[in-house]
Design a protein around this ligand. Sequence first.
Ligand code: UD1
Length: 365
Amino acid sequence: MAHLVHVVVGARPNQMKAAPLLRALRQNPKFEAELIDTGQHYDHEMAGIFMQQFGMGRPDHALEVGSGSHGAQTAKILERYEALLLERRPAATIVIGDINSTVACALAASKLGIPVVHLEAGLRSRDRGMPEELNRIVTDHLADLLWTPSPDGDENLLASGIEASKIVRVGNIMIDTLVAMKPEVEQAAFCDQLNRHHSQHAVITLHRPSNVDVEATLSKLLDELLSVANTMDLVWPLHPRTKQRIVALGRMDELTNHPSVHLLAPLGYIDFMNAIMHARCVITDSGGIQEETTWLGVPCITLRPNTERPITITEGTNVLATPETLDEELNRVLLNEERHATSIEYWDGNTAERCVASLEAFLEE
Ligand code: UD1
């Protein structure tokens, strides 16, 4: 009989990681894979559009938790997922990344003795001020099987006392999606249709509470970005959190009226990656974009004091910056015309197959 397996998604960055895994599991008759959507993100452009573009189909179970404080949201997911597990007990629950849904579903499953598999295990920023770091630490300690993207992940897990036998380096699953979608991304007309004022553009994404929730920091960042807009167009899909904060700051009009600032609603995968692929550089505080730009060879300036993805700095195109050093880093990027995509072991488009092989061995051992 096929093993029933749950794949949990909750927020935007989960979707590009779940899609290839779900596809590979569904192609294998040994598994019956169900997609669980906690509803942590609920707007079409933050969730549904990705499921559509990646052909994931509709979720088998939608928990519809919505937004809330960390405690309230995590508790709601825990309660609702536990109820589902009591009804329909899977052979394993696969949780992804570092969001509140990841830790809540891992806890619900492990308390019921259901094996937990963590995809994208072992990442550490060593910054406990980030909610995601706490989610990573707890999830990794609850997990029975830990799938890591790079050697630093294995090292972090071993250093925190997790047994080597539980750790399997599968690679970077987000690159599976990028490899599969690249032809469609290249053909997209998104960049050509932008009414650009400069020949080059930078893609901007900002949503971390540390950058957008503190008024003085956000204000300084806006000043810096407006000065970048003197030399390059800014293509800036606004995260709902950031939109709320800019409106509260009273600076929305200044941005919308600027001729080379393109403030957009959140974009789907194809248009967004089309903008990244043709960008002179990317200025971001996202996690996943650091990896996608490394794989594509596009310079990336990450507005954070640390990263849980250090391989993107040591082997890729990423550099960390503060609002104060952004200008300097940007000049460095602009002076260096060379671009080179790096090849990191197992960031090759075949991670989902390695995950399925590992899961099969785990469940049948
Ligand atoms: C969450 C994740 C973060 C991830 C990010 C990607 C946690 C702790 N945080 O942060 O790791 O990088 O998603 O986007 O899990 N909102 C909408 N529509 C939506 C979802 C949210 O309008 O579909 C609004 C809500 O008003 C909410 C705010 O955006 O209060 C922020 O959303 P929230 O879920 O709190 O966190 P993110 O910043 O999205």
